[in-house]
Write a protein that binds this ligand. Structure first.
Ligand code: NAD
Length: 516
């Protein structure tokens, strides 16, 4: 294996050749690679694309130091000017969309339209953040004291750490970074160790935008490449007052207490065990399409993937056999090929987890349709047949997230009962109901309905837009990022009271007269 980015032969481009050509085009320097580095694999074929030089602990600490110094300069740059940097980043991403989207496909195994969609999401959040840079509004608040004014102001917070998962290798960084940067923070990113190449490519794009901007403070955007040990350095460093961590609930259980111990702000975006309800009045054609995308898209490797499906007994026999048919005919295979809807799993461990969960489901009385290894591919990638499992009840593996394409299907008869079942799992990320009944739809999104951070009607739980705040409750961690007012988590709020009079009235009528 060579450390060079140059294609190694003139034969039809292998995944590795194509990826290396993209990395070179996007401007990733050869110095990022070393034959002794961490192998970056493609799940499409299992081949090594390149060996990436990892960040050492000392380099990580130095990068955080640079980011801290950069923050002190960047916070003084007017917010709309910071927005101009993000506008340029959006332009660079538009120019690089095809290449970066393709690299997402090659490194994370997403089908082509999803790889491109991920970069589009980065562009969208940049557009959002540019507008936001002129809207970091505080309130003016009525004061009880004469000749006083009270207001709140929003200030930059400091270094924003971002830890991201393999399944959204670049979009998650952008949801955080675009906001944090217009808010006046610097950003230190620890991407997944499974997707180092897309991180390097993104960093090269950021550097181009920075150059066009006329230079940003050195260290404004840093990347730490490595495994969890490098992430831990970011989690434990007191110079990082806010950290957004995306990944499994197990990771959140380790990271959350450490952040709490040093009173850092945590934006936790953890696992999901998302459900949909198909009610008696549902448009079944629409439900079928929504369920298929939400459950099988991204090979079941989205945090918002549909994993539990509750179908009313009156429509169960109409819907479920149709779904089983779709599961049997969905096109699995190389995500680069036209028509493929289900690409590879990220690695063999993911497949083994899937198999274990299916065995458990069988033991709990589940009837498994599909599942198992899909071998009709001419390479070493790990492809799984999506599995639909008819379960007698919500037990065993149904109550937890298995990060693979398994959909557990259950019957229900009563609306209140199904809402209770829907909410009776640890995670609280995304949810949906398919119904044409207004009462059910409104009840589902009401205070007594779904307990998730995302609750949809007549669309599946997957595929959020950047305009809304994204995140979930309970074991999903409670964090929010992306749209709406999620930006407030990246800033420090100050309440200011200004006395422009000549007396000193105290709040609540308190008297404290001293001889002055
Ligand atoms: P993971 O938890 O294995 O790793 C995620 C990231 O955390 C990686 O960068 C990893 O190196 C880092 N990490 C792990 N332990 C750490 C520690 N103790 N300290 C610091 N860093 C640590 O997750 P994954 O397999 O990459 O991704 C899949 C998981 O992510 C699923 O559970 C999925 O639901 C979740 N996810 C959630 C969201 C969301 O927004 N809620 C989005 C995408 C993925």
């Amino acid at each position: 294996m060579t450390a060079s980015l140059k294609p190694v032969s003139s034969a039809p481009a292998s995944v590795a050749d194509e990826a290396r050509a993209i990395l070179a085009r996007l401007g990733v320097p050869e110095s990022a690679f070393a034959s002794t580095g961490r192998p970056a694999l493609s799940p499409i074929t299992g081949e090594v694309i390149a060996h990436v030089r990892e960040t050492t602990p000392d380099e990580a600490k130095a990068a955080i130091g640079r980011a801290d110094a950069a923050f002190k300069a960047w916070r003084k740059v007017p917010a709309p000017k910071r927005g101009e940097f993000i506008r340029l980043l959006g332009e660079e991403l538009r120019a690089a969309k095809d290449d970066l989207g393709r690299l997402v496909t090659l490194e994370a195994g997403k089908i082509v339209s999803e790889g491109l969609g991920e970069v589009q999401e980065m562009i969208d959040i940049c557009d959002f953040a540019v507008g936001l840079s002129r809207q970091l509004y505080g309130l003016t608040i009525a004061t009880e004291r004469a000749d006083h004014r009270m207001m709140e102001t929003w200030h930059p917070l400091g270094v924003c750490g971002v830890i991201s998962a393999f399944n959204f290798p670049v979009a998650v960084w952008s949801w955080n970074a675009a906001l944090a940067l217009v808010c006046g923070d610097s950003v230190v990113w620890k991407p997944s160790e499974k997707t180092l190449l897309t991180a390097l490519a993104t960093h090269a794009i950021v550097e181009r935008a920075a150059k066009r901007f006329g230079g940003v403070p050195e260290g404004l955007c840093e990347v730490l490449l490595g495994g969890r040990e490098i992430g831990e350095i970011l989690v434990e460093d007191h110079r990082v007052p806010v950290l957004s961590a995306t990944g499994s609930t197990a990771m959140g259980r380790q990271v959350g207490p450490k952040l709490a111990e040093r009173f850092a702000r945590a934006i936790l975006e953890l696992g999901g065990n998302n459900a949909a309800i198909v009610a008696p009045s549902a448009d079944l054609d629409l439900a079928l399409r929504g369920i298929a995308f939400a459950a099988m898209g991204t090979a079941g490797q989205r945090c918002t993937t549909l994993r539990r499906l509750f179908v009313h007994e009156s429509v169960y026999d109409q819907l479920v056999p149709r779904l089983v048919k779709v599961y049997g005919s969905v096109k699995i295979g190389d995500p680069r090929a036209e028509g493929t809807l289900v690409g590879p799993l990220i690695d063999k461990a993911a497949f083994d987890n899937m198999e274990r969960a299916l065995d458990e489901a069988r033991a709990a009385g589940g009837k498994v349709h599909g599942g198992g290894r899909y071998t009709d591919v001419a390479n070493e990638g790990v492809y799984a047949r999506p599995a639909l499992v008819e379960m007698p009840s919500q037990t065993g593996p149904v109550t937890r997230e298995t990060f693979a394409p398994i959909l557990y299907v259950m019957r229900y008869s009563d609306f209140d009962e199904v809402i209770a079942l829907h909410n009776a799992v640890g995670a609280g990320l995304s949810s949906s109901i398919f119904t044409l009944n207004l009462r059910e739809a409104e009840a589902f999104v009401s205070a007594a309905g779904s307990d998730c951070g995302i609750a949809n009607v007549n669309i599946g739980p997957s595929g959020a837009e950047i305009g809304g705040a994204f995140g979930g409750e309970k074991e999903t961690g409670g964090g929010r990022e992306s749209g709406s007012d999620a930006w407030k988590a990246y800033m420090r709020r100050a309440t200011n009271t200004i006395n422009y009079g000549s007396t000193l009235p105290l709040a609540q009528g308190v008297k404290f007269d001293v001889d002055a």
